[in-house]
Design a protein around this ligand. Structure first.
Ligand code: ACO
Length: 326
């Protein structure tokens, strides 16, 4: 039976750090409010000449080295992002060009903070079908470019970064055990970027109105996030035929420390078994779980043969979970 194992990971966060103290000088906020209400202390911000593909290339090279493969063994590239270099061509094609990978399938997926789990799910299906052997899955975001730096409710939350993984075909008893994805388009307005698409093309008015920035109904998104992340985790556990006690580490999306605490409580899992890096990076949308995966696998928190669970929630609204035996 063909399975999909994760054979290498990487991540990259831009050098520049923006602290809560820095934000105090930009909007009417305080380090105390941000820390208490979100758990975030700082976030990384891309340099002016860094686009999503640039962050992605650095994370991907690490993942390729970590997997110990030649770049030309990769037979598909999937990039999850809501901040592509441009609307088209796909950022995955830009990554392919910059790394110098031969002619292979390359495309982007967009399901906001759930994007990395969506990309893992697609890659898993491609590998299990027998048609692909090694897929480079990336999540890369430069959210600072679509953040309204005058909106104190949202600008304190986001950061830039990228994570990547090499998924490989295996016949061993390890790798992806189950995947689950869900969405409800009726909640699209809770988290969206109104302008720049075919519905509302860029114009002087859209720029004037700040409609190229993230718009978020924080409180409403919060409530649904907790509920849907718990549903996602439970559904993926059921599909894998295991319980939360079998999971060594849960890697949740890092939107708000209070969401992570509430999820741990609902799943009845000790917070020690939940991966947390929100303090240092904030919410990097799709890149968050990709970076979390890399940092978890390279830590002493898990070892070969143990099971980890990724859980995410984001714009769409979308949600999902992936369970992996490492
Ligand atoms: N600094 C100081 N005060 C603030 C700030 C700030 N940065 N932001 C809001 N406030 C104020 C509000 O104005 C309000 O003041 P008022 O009571 O005088 O009206 C008060 O703080 C409380 O505001 P709330 O919006 O109720 O604050 P809340 O506790 O809900 O926290 C937050 C806001 C952090 C945005 C939270 O709702 C949240 O994390 N939501 C979830 C976001 C999320 O999960 N998004 C999905 C993933 S993102 C993606 O997919 C790209």
């Amino acid at each position: 039976m063909i399975r999909t194992e994760i054979t290498g990971t990487g991540s990259y966060m831009p050098e520049k750090i923006l602290t809560n103290k820095d934000l105090e000088k930009m909007v009417d906020t305080s380090d105390e409010w941000i820390t208490k209400r979100t758990g975030i202390k700082e976030r990384h911000i891309a340099a002016k000449d860094e686009a999503s593909s640039d962050l992605a290339v650095k994370a991907s090279r690490q993942a390729i080295n970590d997997a110990g493969i030649d770049k030309n063994e990769i037979d598909a590239i999937i990039c999850a992002t809501i901040t592509p270099d441009m609307l088209f061509p796909a950022t995955a094609c830009q990554i392919q060009k910059k790394i110098g990978i031969k002619e292979v399938a390359a495309f982007d997926v967009e399901s906001a903070c759930t994007g990395f789990l969506t990309a893992l799910t697609i890659a898993d299906s491609m590998i299990v079908s027998g048609n692909y052997k090694k897929v480079l899955v990336i999540a890369s975001e430069v959210l600072s470019r679509i953040t309204d730096w005058e909106d104190r409710q949202s600008c304190v939350l986001f950061g830039d970064g990228a994570g990547a993984a090499i998924l490989s075909s295996t016949d061993k008893d390890r790798g992806i055990m189950s995947t689950y994805l869900g969405s409800d388009g009726r909640y699209g307005n809770l988290l969206h970027l109104p302008a720049g698409g075919s519905k509302m093309p860029a114009s002087e008015d859209t720029v004037e109105g700040g409609l190229h920035y993230i718009k978020m109904e924080g409180r409403e998104s919060f409530k649904i996030a907790v509920k849907k992340m718990a549903v996602s985790a439970r559904t993926a556990l059921k599909k894998a035929g295991i319980t939360i006690d079998d999971i060594k580490m849960v890697i949740p999306h890092q939107a708000n420390m209070r969401i992570i605490n509430a999820l741990a409580k609902m799943l009845k899992i000790d917070i020690e078994r939940v991966f947390i890096n929100i303090k240092d990076y904030g919410n990097m949308s799709a890149a968050t779980t990709a970076v979390g995966l890399d940092q978890t696998l390279k830590s002493s928190k898990v070892s070969t043969g143990e099971i980890i669970q990724l859980v995410a929630f984001g714009g769409g609204l979308t949600w999902g979970s992936v369970i992996v035996k490492i």
